[in-house]
Design a binder for this molecule. Structure first.
Ligand code: ADP
Ligand code: MG
Length: 238
């Protein structure tokens, strides 16, 4: 067990309950997908696990270092930092100066997400998929054992989304836990070990995920939502 929620209820100030009596345990060997309607409480649940919100009732216990990839990472376009600076921010904590080790770790995290060589590129100059990788690298830079991601592919096309899923599956193979909120139920077949339907209350499902060869799947120049959902090329033409 690395995360445990006991009888957790939460409401924002002057609002009705956003989450009611939530109980579950999470182990980082699993990929957990949070699905459910808009306003169902997925983002709230992530913020409670991260300790950014305190439960109104019940308790949240965590015994792992958590890394967060929020839904919309704000980018200041007038002062755009480089990719390296963004990832280095993941090391900041309470200190002011970065050590040599911090810089080394930032470099490694950039490599881990496949952005090696782009360290000095302005973050605003990166593509949507590359930006999302940068924010995953920043979350990894705090030596995260579990990544929590809020709709990380919401603004990405199918090819870039598939690459993010491939990266997260790979990180999970290396022992990093993944908890991901998503609208995209098409991914569940190949992506999740556990699926929580979040709609004020939680319904947990077990899932046997199938393995996918993303390289082969994306080899055809035609790759769209249909391929991602069916895990095969289904077009009528060669
Ligand atoms: P989801 O991520 O599943 O779309 P949210 O966790 O964002 O759901 O929202 C759950 C409920 O809490 C909704 O009713 C939403 O309107 C409300 N809510 C979310 N954020 C806030 C906030 N900062 N202040 C007040 N209410 C909020
Ligand atoms: Mg949300």
């Amino acid at each position: 067990m690395q995360i445990r929620l006991n009888n957790v209820s939460f409401s924002y100030e002057n609002s009705s309950l956003a989450l009611e009596n939530v109980n579950f345990e999470y182990d980082k060997k699993d990929i957990l997908a949070l699905i459910g309607p808009n306003g169902g409480g997925k983002s709230t649940l992530l913020r409670l696990i991260l300790g950014l919100l305190k439960p109104s009732l019940g308790e949240v216990k965590t015994s792992a270092t958590l890394g967060y990839v929020p839904q919309f990472s704000p980018l200041n376009t007038s002062f755009a930092p480089t990719l390296f600076d963004v990832v280095l921010m993941g090391r900041l904590g309470k200190k002011i100066f970065y050590s040599k080790e911090d810089k080394q770790i930032a470099k490694e995290c950039i490599k881990d997400v496949g952005l090696e060589g782009l360290e000095n590129a302005k973050i605003t100059a990166l593509s949507g998929g590359q930006k999302q990788r940068a924010f995953i690298a920043r979350a990894l830079a705090c030596k995260a054992e579990i990544l929590l991601l809020d709709e990380p592919t919401a603004s990405l096309d199918p090819k870039n989304s598939a690459q993010i899923y491939e990266l997260l599956l790979d990180l999970n193979k290396q022992g990093i836990g993944v908890i991901l909120a998503s609208h995209d139920t098409a991914i569940l077949r190949f992506f999740a070990d556990k699926i929580a339907f979040v709609n004020k209350k939680i319904h947990m499902h077990e899932n046997k995920r199938v393995s996918v060869d993303f390289k082969e799947l994306q080899a055809s120049e035609h790759f769209c939502e249909v391929e991602l959902a069916s895990l095969a090329c289904c077009c009528s033409h060669e």
